[in-house]
Design a protein around this ligand. Structure first.
Ligand code: F3S
Length: 395
């Protein structure tokens, strides 16, 4: 693999052990994937920062890495952590968990990583530009950045994203290359897809018929493909399938041709997916919204849908800290709290230890959450639209 003089110096330890280890990891990955060289990146998003996921070995690794001089060279920010970094106590997160979680956050902060702690950095001011090379790791953020923004990233693991942040480089392979961004099949959607719920179901239906690659989706009226729906659509696509990039006619920015091979998504496919997504539950302990992290508009929409009704079952809404700050200033948070709804920042339903909340059955509008929650948090999950969740679990 070709390395520049600067990259050689990194690899030879001239910038200290943390840079050397990072470059070693990236070179190894580059060799595995057949990369010819490194590419400079403009930002890195680092996942795998919840204490629930990485435990004590993760804390020790990050603190040790910091001692070895780990310092980021490019804009770098964190994916959600295992708790709301400000209101963890009132949620019942134990002191011991919180202490370890804060050690992870502090080690990363001292490396220069911003504690944005969100999977929707693009809604929190951390927005790459079209064509920019980046190294992001959370799957819904990756597919959004590649598809909707037209930035270029592979689906990095936590360690490779951190190594990319420390060296400012990533191996040039996969979605960094034009040839891998070409769509392979045209997905013809034969139904009108309008709502977030329908976009989630469509993603599931696509994954059943086309397992991996780059789809080119036609038949969507661009008027309905807003940021929030594309965010939910991409997250579900990346959860149920090995997707990190899609093109959508009239919606996504890359100028690509529709492939000749076609797969049709009929109304019956959507009905089938609707039946298969989640479980049939009569009652739940918690309603979860904001996977991926909610936008300000989505938070406002919850109030609109509730229209003054209170939730009988508590609702948690997950968002980024920056969106929460604006929502608070706009009095949305206090309005929601009156209706039995809490808005959490910095964390997510999948990487947060729901066991401390005594939750066994969850309802959500997120296709990604229903995919992961049964495994990560050992809960049963019901999938439905926000409107119907309010209808069923509101007063
Ligand atoms: Fe984001 Fe967590 Fe969902 S990282 S996409 S809220 S699983």
């Amino acid at each position: 693999m070709y390395l520049t003089k600067e990259e050689e110096k990194m690899l030879n330890g001239e910038y200290g052990p943390a840079v050397e280890k990072s470059m070693r990891l990236l070179v190894k990955l580059g060799e595995i994937y057949g990369a010819e060289k490194m590419i400079e990146i403009s930002s890195a998003q680092i996942a795998g920062i919840s204490y629930k996921n990485i435990g004590d070995p993760g804390v020790e690794f990050l603190e040790g890495f910091l001692e070895e001089g780990a310092k980021v060279r490019v804009l770098a920010f964190m994916n959600p952590a295992g708790m709301d970094l400000e209101s963890w106590k009132e949620l019942g997160i134990p002191e011991e968990f919180a202490e370890k979680q804060m050690r992870i956050i502090n080690a990363l902060k001292r490396m220069g990583v911003y504690a944005a702690a969100t999977c929707t950095p693009y809604l929190a001011g951390l927005l790459p530009r079209y064509g920019e090379h980046i190294a992001w790791s959370e799957s819904s953020a990756v597919i959004f950045a590649n598809s909707v923004i037209g930035a270029r990233t592979n689906r990095e693991g936590g360690p490779s994203a951190l190594a990319a942040a420390i060296t400012g480089r990533t191996p040039m392979h996969g979605f960094h290359l034009n040839e891998n961004r070409t769509p392979e099949v045209t997905i013809v959607v034969e139904s009108q897809i309008k709502t977030s719920y329908e976009f989630g179901i469509l993603a599931h239906a696509i994954c059943k018929k086309f397992k991996k690659g780059v789809p080119y989706i036609t038949g969507i009226n661009p008027v309905h493909a807003n940021i929030e729906r594309l965010k939910l659509f991409g997250a579900t696509l990346a959860a149920y399938g090995a997707f990190s990039l899609f093109h959508m006619e009239g919606v996504t920015p890359e100028n690509v041709e529709a492939p000749k091979e076609k797969i049709h998504i009929e109304p019956s496919d959507l009905n089938e997916s609707k039946e298969e997504m989640g479980e049939k539950l009569d009652s739940v302990d918690l309603v979860v919204i904001g996977c991926p992290h909610a936008s300000l508009d989505e938070i406002k929409r919850i109030l609109k849908v509730l229209n003054g009704r209170k939730m009988k079952v508590p609702m948690l809404v997950f968002t980024s800290r920056s969106v929460r700050v604006v929502a608070k200033r706009t009095n949305l948070i206090s309005e929601l709290e009156k209706l039995n709804i809490k808005v959490l920042a910095d964390t997510c339903p999948v990487v947060m230890p729901l066991e401390y909340l005594n939750v066994k059955r969850v309802a959500t509008d997120s296709g990604k959450a229903i995919y992961y929650l049964p495994n990560t948090n050992n809960v049963k999950v019901l999938f439905d639209s926000l409107e119907r969740l309010v209808e069923r679990f509101g007063e």
